[in-house]
Design a protein around this ligand. Structure first.
Ligand code: ZN
Length: 62
């Protein structure tokens, strides 16, 4: 009986070097090579796309 070992390349987050449970692919404009973990991905999302709240003027005081 053979022991079959599936070698899954243990990819690591390119930023924090932690093993990836889920791979997130960085956006092209982030200029990041490799994969990101969820934490770094959301961090980057936040860095590049900070919560832009469109100005909503409910009260028009013009
Ligand atoms: Zn990470």
């Amino acid at each position: 009986m053979k022991n079959v070992v599936t070698l899954v390349s243990q990819e690591k987050c390119t930023l924090c070097k932690s093993t990836l449970e889920y791979r997130y692919l960085p956006m092209k404009e982030w200029k990041i090579e490799g994969s990101l973990c969820g934490k770094c991905y959301s961090k980057k999302i936040f860095e590049h796309y900070p919560g832009e709240h469109p100005r909503v003027n409910l009260d028009k005081t013009d």
